[in-house]
Design a protein around this ligand. Structure first.
Ligand code: ADP
Ligand code: MG
Length: 339
């Protein structure tokens, strides 16, 4: 007798959700990326109990058409890519059409949205992957999504979560990392009713860094930039006298997507080798702009890793960009910007 059979869709969705949605913070990341892709200039986040009870994201973006609204929860439904070729020319944060499907299969979701060309808002309720209701309702603009009781139907995953305060920390880190790359967008984040993050949305990275890390860091920022062939590298490092005991100050972005990268970490280690005490690490905000076809962001569903076609070229350009400023700066604190 054959033993192999194909799993029904309601089970495969839950299994797949584990890949993208590991914890409240990964859910929040997906929601923020959707808001960014929708062209929002204001994103408001509210979490309760570290996101385990509730994650709510409001954005003033273009909204979702009422004819589309229940389909955004289906797997591989996206408005962002259409053809095979598009996969090699990704310009948006999302493209897999998986996040809302994954989130809605492991949580209770309410989505309210008004498409910018429509008169009315529309609301859908989804639970465990099933659309429960859809109705028109008044809504001024943009999209609000409320995700409650994440992993309520996957107890094993729920058990794996850490304490609410740790999950809250992960959630706020996600907002911070994304806010740094999007200074044009005003981010607000609240946890259990308390304001935690506010960025002004004045399109200045220094303002975002200041509001998150404080004025002392802003005063000690040193800028660097270098453009070579197709590659543009820029950012700030903090005067290495303000070093850290870990690499937690390494902030890397590729086409505004924050990433983890052994390549970039080792490059930064190397440039600052003689500027920080052994065992200490600098604080660096590094932005890389590179044509989408020079990278592969498809390495992992969470999109935290990026593969560069020409690693040596990327490494050298970053090295030279930072080393150039490190050499020319006298590395004394800048004038007090608050005066
Ligand atoms: P992806 O982002 O990869 O397309 P998602 O499952 O995250 O997949 O979202 C599915 C679709 O839902 C998006 O392509 C977009 O059309 C729509 N959508 C989701 N969130 C928003 C939002 N905040 N504003 C406007 N449209 C949204
Ligand atoms: Mg998405």
């Amino acid at each position: 007798m054959r033993e192999l059979y194909k799993l029904p869709e309601n089970i495969t969705h839950i299994l797949a959700a584990g890949e993208v949605i590991e914890r409240p913070a990964s859910c929040l990341k997906e929601l923020l990326e959707n808001s960014i892709d929708a062209g929002a200039t204001l994103i408001d986040v509210k979490i309760e109990k570290g996101g385990m009870k509730k994650i709510e994201v409001y954005d003033n973006g273009k909204g979702i058409h009422p004819d589309d609204i229940e389909y955004v929860f289906e797997r591989h439904t996206t408005s962002k890519i259409k053809s095979f070729e598009d996969i090699f020319n990704i310009k948006t944060m999302g493209f897999r059409g998986e996040a809302l499907c994954a989130i809605s299969s492991v949580a209770k979701v309410i989505l309210i949205s008004k498409h910018l060309e429509e008169e009315q808002g529309c609301m859908v309720k989804v639970e465990g992957g099933k659309v429960l209701s859809k109705s028109f309702c008044p809504f001024k603009e943009g999209t609000r999504i409320v995700v409650e009781d994440i992993f309520y139907n996957t107890p094993a995953r729920l058990k794996f979560l850490k304490s609410p305060s740790t999950e809250q920390k992960y959630c706020l880190e996600v907002v911070e990392k994304i806010a740094i790359a999007w200074p044009k967008i005003s981010f607000r984040a609240e946890a259990d009713g308390k304001r935690q993050i506010f960025t002004p949305g004045d399109n200045k990275i220094e303002s975002v860094i200041g509001s998150i890390f404080g004025i002392e860091i802003v005063k000690n920022l040193v800028e660097f930039s270098l453009e070579k062939e197709y590659l543009k590298v820029w950012g700030y490092f903090v005067n290495p006298t303000l070093s850290r005991a870990t690499r937690s100050g390494y902030h890397f972005y590729v086409n505004r997507r924050y990433i983890k990268s052994k390549l970039l970490s080792s490059c930064v280690d190397e440039v600052f080798k003689n500027s920080v005490i052994t065992g200490r690490f600098p604080i660096v905000f590094l932005f890389v702009q590179i044509p989408p076809y020079e990278i592969d962001v498809n390495v992992h569903p969470s999109k935290l890793e990026v593969k560069f076609r020409d690693e040596r070229f990327v490494y050298n350009t970053i090295y030279n960009a930072i080393a150039g400023s490190l050499k020319s700066e006298k590395l004394i604190p800048k004038a007090d910007l608050s005066k």
